[in-house]
Design a protein around this ligand. Sequence first.
Ligand SMILES: Cc1cc2nc3c(=O)[nH]c(=O)nc-3n(C[C@H](O)[C@H](O)[C@H](O)COP(=O)(O)O)c2cc1C
Length: 228
Amino acid sequence: MNRQAKTVSDAIATRKTVRAFRPDPVARATIEEILTLAMRAPSGGNLQPWRVYVLLGAARDALVRRVAEVRKDHPMGSAPEYHVYPPKLSEPYRTRRFRIGEAMYATMGIPREDKMARLRFFSGNWDFFGAPVGLIFTMDRQMQEGQWADLGMFMENIMLLAREKGLHTCPQEAWAVFHQTIRDYLSVPEGEMIFCGMAIGTADETAPVNALTSERAPLSEIATFREG
Ligand SMILES: Cc1cc2nc3c(=O)[nH]c(=O)nc-3n(C[C@H](O)[C@H](O)[C@H](O)COP(=O)(O)O)c2cc1C
């Protein structure tokens, strides 16, 4: 699982959301190299609207501790600054979301009724699932839908380049519910919206949750071809 990807196809095929990491450190230089190349992502008008805060070592641990402190009174944080999902998610998206959740908890043998165990696992988000590197992505509030796509391309580049280093990632919207804590801790200007986090590190190959392979809809469901 932790072998390096050698081609773009290999990086895409082996990228998956990893939800258990080994504590092995990742050098700051490695992250700098990944980010520098990831910034070659295209963006409409070359706005390069992305902004990222990199948390390593004690700085990463301190955010985790702060959020743990806040969670004592607000276990699920507060409303994010944007709709993580549409308020009324319709089909087929609802079912897709349900299925990935069920498949994920099934890898660990956690049934639907065991809400506590599910919450305990989900809370691992706020420890970057044990990864040594945490990223927080923000964007200037004036930006519109086009720039959200640009940010996504930057993030995907990071995730694919991580694979080339033998590393894995977890993009994490879960951090959005602690936007105020993050803002205070990192002194993020009010003009920047806190979008999401990302864990980067070495996958724990022994963790059952990392055996999960997510489904995809068939090509015919998402692509419309017109020919001739
Ligand atoms: C922007 C974004 C935010 C996400 N946030 C979370 C998160 O907070 N926690 C989590 O466990 N997975 C999160 N995911 C991972 C998705 O659940 C995952 O990408 C999807 O189920 C497909 O699985 P795969 O990445 O393994 O292919 C996020 C993915 C994206 C793109």
